[in-house]
Every structure is written in C-alpha cells, then in structure tokens.
Design a protein around this ligand. Structure first.
Ligand code: CP
Length: 362
C-alpha cells in the first residue's frame, strides 16, 4: 500500500504521474467525476486548517466520493484520551483513504503504521506538509512551464515552516534547481535540511539576510508566514514576526517573469497591493491544491493493491527503543510508541528520529 507521509515517499515517476494526472483533470474535469463513486475519504484534523481540509473535501466530492471526519479533535474520542494509533485503526473500518493533520510531529507516520487504508499527511507539526508540496510543484509547472533549472528563494520562517522543508526535499528530485534561503538567524533552515537534503543531493544553496539582494535572481519567490503557533516564547515571535514584508516597491526589483508563491494563510508578509500584480500566484496556487489532491486520492486508491507501489514506513537500518527523541513535539514523546532512530546521513555515529528527524536526547 502506498501512503504519503513525506515527499520522499514518492519516486520521481510517481510524483510526475500525480502532476500529469492533475493537469489532465484540469483539462477535462467531467471525465473524473465518478472515479471515487462509492468511496469515502476521512479527514482527521487535530489542528486548524482552511485550504487543506476544504480542498480535500472538495477534491473527493468532485471525484464523486464522500467525506467524513472531524475538524476539531475535541469533538472526537481523542478528548477522552484515544491515541492516534487507535483512532486510525477505528477510522480504517469506515473509510477508504485518510487525510490527517496533527500538531505532533510524526503523527501521520504512526497513523500509517496502524491503518488498513492509505494515509495522507496533511501536515504534522513543523515537520512535513507533502500535499502542499504537490500543490507548489503543480503551480510552478503551470506558471513557469518546468521545474528543472529554477532558482527559488524561500523567505521568512524556514525553521518551523513545514511547507519549506517538504518542497526542498521534493525539489531534490529535479535537475539543476538552485535554492536561496532568506531568513533571520533565529528562523534559519534546520542544519539536517541543509546537509542531508541540499548538500547530499547536490542542490546549491546560499543563505542571505535580505530579499533585496537576491530578488533579481529568482524565478520563484516562496514567501512564508512566521509560525506563531510553534514558538515557545511569545516575545521572540513578536520580535521576528515582521522580519520580511513583500510590497510593491520590492516587486520592482524582481524579474517580470518571477512567480510569487505562498502556502497561505498570510499575516503581514505580503501586502495586499501585491495581490494585483500578475506575478502573484498564491490564489491560483490554492485552486491547484484541489486539482492535485484529486489526482493524489485517485492514484493512492489505484495503487492501494499494487505491490509495485509500496511505502516502506520504517528504514531497514532503524533501531528500536535505544534512544529518546530530543523534540518535545515528537509523537514518540507524546504517545506510547516505539522510539525509532536511523543513522544520520550527515554525521557518522549520529542518529535521527524516524518520526520527526530530530537528534536523540543526550
Ligand atoms: N496551506 C495550508 O496548509 O493552509 P491551511 O492551514 O489553511 O490548510
């Protein structure tokens, strides 16, 4: 069975087959209107969402299927202490595919380990958001015409921004992509992303502190919100929240073909005057999210019984219950699951948590 927990779960061929299908759906939506007739999607959202949950709902409805689930875990038996593992076992009795958003990092992986149906990670803490990545890739293809060879600038909260982590991992599948990281010191991309994802995959990257100095180099500017909900110190959030603001003046420095993406919601980081600039693609990006989720649901259901499309959830070289994760938001510190660590690719002798990619507690 194929799950989508992390963008690296998809081979380049699988990734392209989903994007190609999304483009075909856009060209002829009627052709797909009964693909999921009689099938059900469960949306289990433990954390707030507008785009992801409703685009999954809309996608399944457009495919002729039905949707059940919750948008507030307090209204479910989670409030009585039911674990993510048990909830998933239960929902597997009711639905053909599950989309889960959770504030605990690694929750979607635990769900996939316990499900009898495909699980889609709709965002797990600050770790990963692979369906936003599919949305971003489809938008780049539609706006620019290709993904190979682009120079992309990621701006804002690169530390907690799960959409950034997931998109960089997926871009490692493409040729000649260059990455520019625009962030204050406190919100820099985590080291494991720089070494394991960029350096080991040969993605050239540079880190800068201002948008102005790199604006003219970019094919894509990927703006992000500073993730208030991930900060443990509110004063630090207040100091950093307006680190970067894209406005009409800064857009004058950009190429006329540059595309501005943002996973949304936005707060202050893009002024509303930019919305009227034809290079602002973030609301077109939202619509692409529905089409790509239609394609993803279709493919995962098609691949569910095909041994050629299988997810290996735990790496073969992982060790069980030998370390404790240093990340207090990791599901292995919240629920009674085996701790799982794999060897780190960047530092010999170092380990990374399989659920959230953090180091072990010393
Ligand atoms: N982009 C995104 O994940 O938006 P929501 O949080 O509204 O789902």
């Amino acid at each position: 069975m194929k799950h989508l927990i992390d963008p690296t779960d998809l081979t380049k061929e699988e990734l392209d087959s989903i994007l190609d299908l999304a483009l075909d759906i856009i060209a002829d939506r009627k052709k797909y209107s009964e693909v999921c007739k009689g099938l059900k999607l469960a949306t289990l959202f433990y954390e707030p969402s507008t785009r992801t949950r409703l685009s999954f709902t809309s996608a399944m409805m457009e495919l002729g299927g039905n949707v059940l689930g919750f948008s507030d875990a307090k209204s479910s038996s989670v409030s009585k202490g039911e674990t993510c593992a048990d909830t998933t076992k239960v929902i597997s009795c009711f639905a053909d595919v599950i989309a889960m958003r959770h504030y605990e990092e690694g929750a979607a992986l635990v769900a996939a380990m316990n499900a009898r149906v495909p699980v889609i990670n709709a965002g797990d803490g600050s770790h990963a958001h692979p369906t936003q990545t599919l949305t971003d890739l489809l938008t780049i293809r539609r706006e620019i015409g290709h993904i190979d060879g682009i120079t992309i600038g990621f701006c804002g909260d690169l530390r907690f921004g799960r959409t950034v982590h997931s998109l960089i991992k997926a871009l490692a599948r493409y040729k000649d992509v260059k990455v520019i990281l625009i962030a204050p010191d406190q919100l820099k991309l985590p080291d494991y992303m720089k070494y394991e994802v960029c350096e080991l995959n040969g993605i050239p990257y540079k880190e800068v502190k201002s948008m102005e100095e790199v604006m003219g180099e970019l094919d894509v500017l990927y703006m992000t919100r500073v993730q208030k909900e991930r900060f443990l110190d509110e004063d630090e959030y207040d100091r950093l929240k307006d680190s970067f603001i894209l406005d009409a003046e800064k857009m004058k420095l950009a190429r006329k073909e540059m595309t501005v993406l943002h996973p949304l919601p936005r707060v202050n980081e893009i002024t509303v005057e930019v919305d009227d600039d034809p290079r602002a693609a973030y609301f077109r990006q939202v619509e692409n999210g529905k089409f790509v989720r239609m394609a993803l649901i279709s493919r995962l259901l098609e691949w569910a019984d095909d041994p050629e499309h299988n997810s290996s959830l735990v790496p073969e070289d992982a060790v069980r219950n030998r370390h404790v994760c240093s990340n207090r938001r990791c599901i292995s510190n919240m629920e009674n699951v085996d701790t799982l660590f794999r060897p780190s690719a960047d530092t010999p002798g170092q380990w990374r948590c399989v659920y959230c990619e953090s180091k072990p507690k010393l």
